[in-house]
Design a protein around this ligand. Structure first.
Ligand code: GDP
Length: 297
């Protein structure tokens, strides 16, 4: 995968250097590995957990060759990433995805890519312009709606985001929509207000969805190039609205793909989608095995 080239070079090649070109498995190896992992945004907790696992492997499997231990490293990574399913099930009559994340993370493009994908699969898709705060956000979503041929529910700039969400659910219900994707604001400077607004939007969606047994998922969009910042943001959003899954964008733009591991292992959030470029097909369902395979092959 071309989109993971930087991470391959900046992360996997460095890991691989730690294991090759030395004859013994010693403290030095683990110290170097620790440094590489932390630099790659794997996260402190996860780095220590990985190293501990490897040290156990050395004991239990009687490993003496550093090169052999590299295979165990790959296996332990895979174990950490397993049990997450990419994409969305859409198994309810109406499925609602509430998309959250800070401005610039890639919310709008992610929404458009998801909408385009399911439209192509024959689903009836609707968008809701719930970022009523940022100038241009509503229009941007309407442009995407026109381009994709899907309805966009919108009110004026500055209107109540929860009211837009309410309208959207009613409208989706009336028009037999399969998938309703609700955009939300992502302004960072007034964080408390934002989180309160998101909570309110979520409450309205949950309440309206419960009445018609619709499915609700909160998708957090995170920019992989922002590293530990993205992890800190994720904690805030998760506290406010209980995130169900993550879309990790711009993986093509970072050499620190370790954030994929941190999201799952430090935050306990499944990765649903990864973005490895700007084109529609560059938003892919996350598949842990494929991901590891792409990195290590
Ligand atoms: P929003 O403010 O969160 O709605 O962000 P946008 O959707 O407008 O995206 C911000 C920028 O990131 C745009 O230029 C997108 O094309 C770009 N972008 C989004 N996802 C990806 C990705 O996976 N890879 C790359 N290279 N760019 C991306």
């Amino acid at each position: 995968k071309e989109g993971l080239r930087k991470t391959k070079q900046g992360f996997v090649d460095k890991v691989s250097n730690v294991f090759s070109g030395r004859t013994n498995i010693d403290d030095d190896l683990f110290e170097e590995l620790e440094e590489v992992l932390i630099q790659a945004d794997v996260g402190v907790k996860t780095t220590f957990a990985l190293i501990e696992k490897l040290q156990e492997d050395v004991e239990t499997e009687n490993i003496t060759e550093p090169e052999e231990l590299m295979n165990y490293f790959q296996k332990e990574l895979q174990t950490m990433l397993q049990n997450q399913e990419g994409g969305f099930k859409l198994d309810k009559k109406l499925n609602i995805i509430m998309v959250v994340g800070v401005n610039g993370a890639g919310k709008t493009t992610t929404i458009a890519k998801i909408a385009g994908r399911y439209k192509n699969q024959g689903k009836k898709v609707m968008l809701a312009a719930g970022d009523t705060f940022r100038a241009g956000a509503i229009e941007q979503l309407q442009i995407w709606g026109d381009r994709l041929g899907v309805n966009v529910i919108a009110q004026q700039e500055g209107s109540d985001a929860a009211a837009v969400a309410y309208d959207a659910v009613q409208s989706a219900r009336a028009r037999d929509v399969d998938l309703l994707i609700i955009d939300t604001a992502g302004r960072l400077h007034t964080q408390t207000n934002l989180m309160e607004e998101l909570k309110k939007v979520k409450r309205v969606i949950d309440r309206e969805a419960a009445e018609i047994a619709a499915g609700v998922e909160v998708l957090l969009v995170l920019d992989a190039t922002t590293g530990q910042n993205a992890i800190a943001q994720a904690k805030l959003f998760n506290q406010a609205v209980n995130v169900d899954g993550v879309a990790l964008t711009k993986l093509d733009g970072t050499a620190k793909g370790g954030i994929v591991i941190a999201v799952k292992n430090e935050l306990g959030l499944p990765i649903k989608l990864i973005g490895v470029g700007e084109a529609a097909e560059d938003l892919q369902n996350f598949d842990p095995e494929e991901f590891i395979e792409a990195l290590f092959s």
